[in-house]
Design a binder for this molecule. Structure first.
Ligand code: MG
Length: 382
């Protein structure tokens, strides 16, 4: 049975995939991309996302987004759009669910701190780490390290990459060197990520009390949809009004993305996934929507991500990550044996040790990192 017969000719077909790094027999009841999705859901790194921060640290409240719920929201948005454009929903879902697997604890604060620690050892990029998780770090199969995902899923996970790293990566790094586009599914997962976090950060920001609806009214995109809600439901207020507004904002972004992308795909006259790779980016918002989204992003940065109460947590997070890194590098014997590097000359050993420490720290959940920090730095904690 052809499970991909309904797709547009420019979609990514699993039957045409360059395949996996280690050849495996074909799955009998699923496509290769469904198999990727299933492997991701069963991975350890995926379960860790439940206790990793998006903006708010996990213990700050039970209802804030975590990286797990964020990834599920991204997958949901991306799949709806994919179905409209007749793209491969299974691929888009696999990429969406895996896109944050390499994130450190404490969100961007953790990533920046780890990147600074790794300055002399090749740096730390969370996209690259997500790829490292699925290519190397997961331990589930007898025949290979990692999850052995298809090329398309791996390529979609690697959303950005420096040229220097691209050159070391082989096949998945190629497009950054040749300046080519990934599949439409990868382009879509990337923008669905933006739709998800811009909107849920508003919701979480309001829930936390760090943002107010009055402040948000400065953003025309929000104010317009709020007025629409009030016209439809006179007297509506509180959480219900907020959710109705955000629902409309997500819908407006989704519709705009579908319409704009559909006409760009038509204008570019792409017929195959190869045409897609050689074309400009085709999954895109309209110019007007890009302007609105940029205002929204700036608002969130100035009023939420840089809010002094968020800064207090990010400052603590940076310190935790930095101090853990320094302690482990100074005394690798504090690490679990699997993470201690003893081979190679001093130079090689140090490089490898730093990478292993980065893997160890990046794999921590927020609360594990805090507990580990207490264990190492407080004498009465074991
Ligand atoms: Mg994300």
């Amino acid at each position: 049975m052809n499970l991909e017969a309904h797709l547009a000719p420019y979609a990514a077909f699993s039957s045409a995939s360059p395949g996996r790094r280690f050849p495996e027999s074909m799955p009998s009841s699923r496509t290769e991309f469904q198999r990727d999705r299933d492997r991701i859901i069963h991975s350890t790194a995926f379960r860790r996302l439940e206790y990793k921060t998006q903006v708010f640290v996990n213990h700050e409240g039970d209802l804030f987004r975590t990286r797990l719920t964020h990834s599920i929201e991204v997958a949901q948005i991306a799949r709806s759009i994919a179905r409209n454009l007749r793209l491969n929903e299974d691929l888009v879902e696999a990429i969406s669910l895996a896109h944050d697997l390499g994130h450190t604890p404490f969100g961007h604060a953790g990533q920046d701190a780890l990147n600074a620690c790794m300055k002399d050892y090749g740096g730390f990029e969370h996209n690259l780490q997500s790829l490292r998780v699925v290519d190397e770090l997961e331990e589930r199969y007898g025949a290979f390290d990692g999850l052995n995902l298809t090329f398309e899923t791996r390529e979609g996970i690697l959303k950005h990459c420096s040229l220097k790293n691209a050159k070391k990566l082989g096949d998945v790094g190629r497009r950054f060197i040749d300046k080519k586009q990934p599949t439409l599914e990868a382009q879509l997962a990337n923008l669905a990520d933006e739709i998800a976090y811009n909107n849920h950060d508003i919701d979480d920001g309001l829930r936390s009390g760090l943002l107010t609806t009055t402040q948000l009214d400065d953003i025309d995109f929000y104010a317009r949809h709020r007025k629409e809600v009030e016209a439809s439901f006179p007297g509506i207020s509180g959480r219900r009004a907020i959710h109705e507004t955000i629902r409309r904002m997500i819908n407006a972004l989704v519709i705009d993305l579908i319409d704009t992308s559909r006409s760009r795909i038509q204008d570019a006259k792409v017929k195959t996934v190869d045409d897609v790779r050689n074309s400009a980016a085709l999954i895109a918002f309209s110019d007007d929507m890009n302007t609105e989204a940029a205002l929204l992003k700036r608002f969130l940065r100035d009023n939420l991500y840089l809010h002094y109460q968020v800064n207090r947590m990010t400052s603590k997070a940076r310190r935790i990550v930095r101090e853990l890194f320094e302690a482990f590098m100074e005394e690798p014997r504090l690490l679990p044996p699997d993470y201690q590097v003893t081979q190679g000359n001093e130079q090689e050993r140090l490089q490898w040790q730093a990478r292993k420490v980065a893997d160890y720290i990046a794999g921590m959940t927020d609360r594990y990192a805090m507990r580990e920090h207490r264990r190492l730095f407080q004498v009465d904690e074991i």
